[in-house]
Ligand binder design. Structure first.
Ligand SMILES: C[S@@+](CC[C@H](N)C(=O)[O-])C[C@H]1O[C@@H](n2cnc3c(N)ncnc32)[C@H](O)[C@@H]1O
Length: 280
């Protein structure tokens, strides 16, 4: 046999490991029940299960009579779930990459044990205020990621924009033994809730995002050094008093409420030509 057509050694023929696709299946029904309770699911809700697998969450959700969109891109798992839910009209199985999916055009909830490798992309998809009607999500995610999203300091412009719109909190730890196979990192139940009163109107999101990009380019710089490219010294003095902070504090220590004051002060008192971004 020609060398090039020799069979590959077995190790190379192995299927990719399940966890390479974030496939850590929930084995513990109580965790799923706790997620459903934490999301306060009502019979009238539309609920998206992202990475539905064989249905650990979807099947229990169906007991709440809500409408469920179960999204799964692994054809074998999607087929299993289609079979399991055949007689359940409230469940629609969507065999698709979640990142290619059009989200509901009406208010919806998410309950999901997400593939960890897509955490940021999934949040990016769900938390775009311009095109997402997400009301609440209860997700299982890696503890490290959850800590970053709820951190007291805000170093990422994207996170800052999300937090203008959504409350984020860790609900509780989910032990590794609740999954099969167990992940090699710690996991938590994480809740995202649309704020009753968002800190930003949708139509100003682009303008605020430009301020966030500018303001957090060097998150450890002081508030004064960061913002003196936008505000004049008297405006900065007025702003520091409004914020109730020392102007030498690192800018990453401002919370989302304080950033909304920075934004408001900029819109009210600063000439447009000094605003960051292309939206002048
Ligand atoms: C952590 S498992 C959760 C499975 C199930 N929900 C459970 O709790 O047992 C994540 C699931 O997401 C699926 N998945 C991975 N990437 C995906 C993608 N891009 N779009 C949709 N599903 C995906 C995996 O196949 C896997 O079934």
């Amino acid at each position: 046999m020609n060398k090039r057509h020799k069979q590959q050694p077995c190790a190379l023929q192995k299927k990719p490991a399940l966890h390479a696709h974030g496939q850590h299946f929930l084995q513990n029904k109580q965790v799923v029940k706790d997620m459903i309770r934490a999301a306060n699911i009502q019979p009238t809700d539309i609920v998206v299960d992202i990475g539905a697998g064989a249905g650990a969450i979807t099947m229990l959700l169906a007991e709440n009579s809500c409408r469920i969109l179960a999204v799964e891109n692994d054809p074998r798992l999607a087929e299993t779930l289609r079979r399991r839910s055949q007689a359940m009209p409230s469940i629609t199985v969507i065999e698709k990459d979640i990142l290619q999916m059009r989200l509901p055009r009406e208010p919806y909830q998410v309950i999901a044990n997400i593939p960890f490798y897509l955490t940021t992309s999934i949040l990016q998809l769900l938390l775009q205020p311009q095109n997402s009607l997400l009301q609440r999500a209860v997700l299982i995610m890696e503890k490290g990621a959850a800590k970053g999203f709820t951190s007291r300091t805000i170093r990422s412009p994207r996170l800052l924009v999300w937090r203008m719109w959504y409350e984020m909190e860790m609900v509780k730890a989910v032990p590794r033994g609740c999954f099969s196979p167990p992940p090699n990192v710690d996991s938590v139940m994480f809740r995202i809730q649309r704020k009753q009163e968002p800190l930003l109107p949708v139509h100003l999101t682009g303008r605020f995002a430009a301020l966030a990009e500018y303001g957090l380019k060097h998150p450890d710089r002081s508030i004064y050094d960061t913002l003196n490219g936008i505000f004049t010294p008297p405006q900065l003095k007025h702003l520091a008093a409004r914020l109730g902070v020392d102007r030498n504090l690192p800018v990453c220590r401002l919370n989302e409420r304080q950033w909304s004051l920075v934004f408001d002060t900029m819109l009210t008192h600063v000439q447009r030509l000094r605003w960051p971004g292309k939206h002048r």
